[in-house]
Design a protein around this ligand. Sequence first.
Ligand code: NCD
Ligand code: ZN
Ligand code: ZN
Length: 428
Amino acid sequence: MTILIQNGHVVDPLTRMDGCYDVLIRDGRIEKVAEHIDEDADRMLDAKDCYVLPGLIDLHVHFRDPGLEYKETLSTGGRAAVKGGVTTVCAMPNTNPVIDDGEKVASVHERAKGEALTHVIQLGAVTKGQKGEELADICGMAKAGCHAVSEDGKSVMNTSLYRQGMKAAKECGISVFAHCEDQTLVENGVMNADENAKRLGLRGITNSVEDVITARDILLSKETGVKLHLCHCSTADSVKMVRLAKEEGLSVTAEVCPHHFILTSDDIKEDNGNYKMNPPLRSKADVEALRQGLKDGVMDVIATDHAPHAREEKDKSMAEAAFGIVGLETSAALTFTSLVKTGVLSMMDMAEKMSANPAKILGLSDRGSVSQGKAADIVIFDPTRTYKIDKNTFVSKGKNTPFDGFEVTGEVVCTLVDGKVVYDTLSD
Ligand SMILES: NC(=O)N[C@@H](CC(=O)O)C(=O)O
Ligand SMILES: [Zn+2]
Ligand SMILES: [Zn+2]
């Protein structure tokens, strides 16, 4: 089976190709990228006026499968992913049951092959049942193909136990993905602690809730040598700390989610559950620091923290609603609109932060690049179309987004996973 993608603007972080090229795919792999390829392929895709990028790799999603399938499944999450140009996801382990041993990791991987259109890498929890009491089977999960452990949804508050978990992860050659939130400082907060929270009569979450644990985790990574990836960074001080850690040469990487680099707490005009997520939307100064951190290269990755919930769980006051918003179907357009069109990032930077850097963090040497010999995970992105995000068009079960009605430019028009076209509006 051969596919020829013609006339697209290829942007490849590995070879630094940035111009009009054809891409020939044979049997799931990229055979050739060149200015003009004369080949009578089984299928031709005309990518004129579109970018051809390495398939996006989202280090942070919640597929809710097993156990919470009313929110999302491997199948619906997979469809949402490829509609957003995402060809690999890391699925967080806060399912029911919590993914905390090798067998459970293997079972999701096995099912995902048949049920999900995107590649799924299941992450394992740091502690059994995410209870924070005893370590999960970290090495067993590493053997089953889990590239990182994460207690996402919370932090392991017992610092000694967390240090043991980091040592185990380091020994088994995997990373730790950290959700930084000091449980003892949250005090039932539901949005950023500021004037707007007071106006709405809602309890606040201060920046230190995140920053205290970010500092702790960086120090523990320094001591144990484990590769640490900081999830959903939302504060100016987290950017400062990541910068310092990198200056010291520590193995620390960090991600930012579109909602955190676009919206501020002041965008919450009324008490609406779709603005509730963890960490919360922060101040203008925080948003500026995150954008600057992305521009400077201090912040490595853009990930969604796609967190689908059922309507009943979000259709209520922020005091009561579940934490989390969906993101897979909007992240490419939001990033392009807010960072690339405005000149904060180049298209090359976007491809790095949404594909090449995540591939590097996961150690996936055959993904994150549109170049010869790599897996044909590719996204074709049309940067010309302007439209309003409409949550009713989402294929995810979750419609919980604060971006409904938000005007964006840029749309994923075709996605290939291992050389198979899994999403396509180009040919319509
Ligand atoms: N981000 C969220 O607000 N919620 C996530 C958990 C998490 O990422 O911490 C969820 O699982 O719903
Ligand atoms: Zn989290
Ligand atoms: Zn999460």
